[in-house]
Design a protein around this ligand. Structure first.
Ligand code: BTN
Length: 256
């Protein structure tokens, strides 16, 4: 059963799926509108970035938002920053005072320095390559359960002192923040989103290591460019990084 949860979003709630991103791709192929949100209780084949798996037992939030943003392909990934900012603000609103809620490039959310949320963005271009046909933002938030074997340390909202938060409450809070920030992004461009995202960014101005599939780069995290690439200052100049995982450099455990 589809439910309209806001003027611009339609929710499809499912029990167990392989991956909400798989479901969203299926709906995209059927031609559904911008603003279709797939929410599942659990996933048997949850997918993370760079081919990793995403542990997905019941108790956490697993959702994928299908969008058809009317922007050039180069701007489409900016919306991942809209989404991570929205989740961070939703988490901040329910966390005990004194909790540190940060974003980590590209689209993770950290609570007290540990990861609670990851995002998997997938997209498809129109056949002439001129514009985005669909973009899926898959979001996983650890409320009750977190893996203990991840490259970046993970935690749950419950471990960090958030009690009594249902999965549905968090979904509604996150979607409300997303809609507000998406509206600003549409009206004003990437500038305000980038500014708010950087105000919460882990490691900004600090030494970081960016791990790529076959390499690792070290430098100082200097911000985001117009497309959302990470600007890494290295001894050879500033590099724009478009993929990878960010870790604090060995000598700076605070950067994460
Ligand atoms: C990462 O940090 O590696 C990204 C994790 C993304 C997980 C979410 S859970 C909902 C959606 N469905 C998936 O299979 N993956 C994303």
């Amino acid at each position: 059963m589809d439910t309209v949860i806001s003027p611009t979003l339609c929710l499809i709630r499912l029990n167990d799926v392989t991956s909400t991103n798989d479901e969203a791709r299926r709906y995209a192929a059927l031609g559904v509108n911008d603003g279709t949100l797939i929410w599942a209780d659990s996933q048997s084949k949850g997918r993370g970035r760079q081919g990793r798996t995403w542990t997905s037992p019941p108790g956490n939030l697993y959702m994928s938002l299908l969008l058809r943003p009317d922007v050039p392909p180069a701007d489409a990934l900016q919306i991942g920053f809209v989404a991570s900012l929205a989740i961070a603000e939703a988490v901040d609103a329910v966390a005990p005072s004194g909790t540190t809620v940060q974003v980590k490039w590209p689209n993770d959310v950290l609570v007290n320095g540990k990861k609670v949320c990851g995002m998997l963005l997938e997209s498809s271009m129109k056949s002439d390559g001129s514009a985005v046909d669909w973009l899926i933002i898959g979001m996983g938030v650890n409320i009750k359960v977190a893996p203990d074997d991840t490259p970046y340390p993970a935690t749950t909202l419950e471990n960090e002192g958030v009690s009594g938060l249902t999965v549905g409450d968090l979904l509604i809070r996150a979607i409300n923040r997303f809609e507000e920030w998406r509206g600003r992004w549409t009206a004003e461009g990437f500038g305000p989103v980038r500014e708010a995202w950087l105000a919460r960014a882990a490691g900004l101005g600090k030494p970081i290591e960016v791990r790529l599939p076959d390499d690792a780069l070290k430098g100082t995290f200097r911000g985001l460019d117009d497309a959302g690439a990470l600007m890494l200052e290295t001894p050879d100049g500033t590099r724009q990084i478009t993929m990878g995982d960010v870790f604090p450099a060995d000598d700076d455990a605070e950067a994460g």
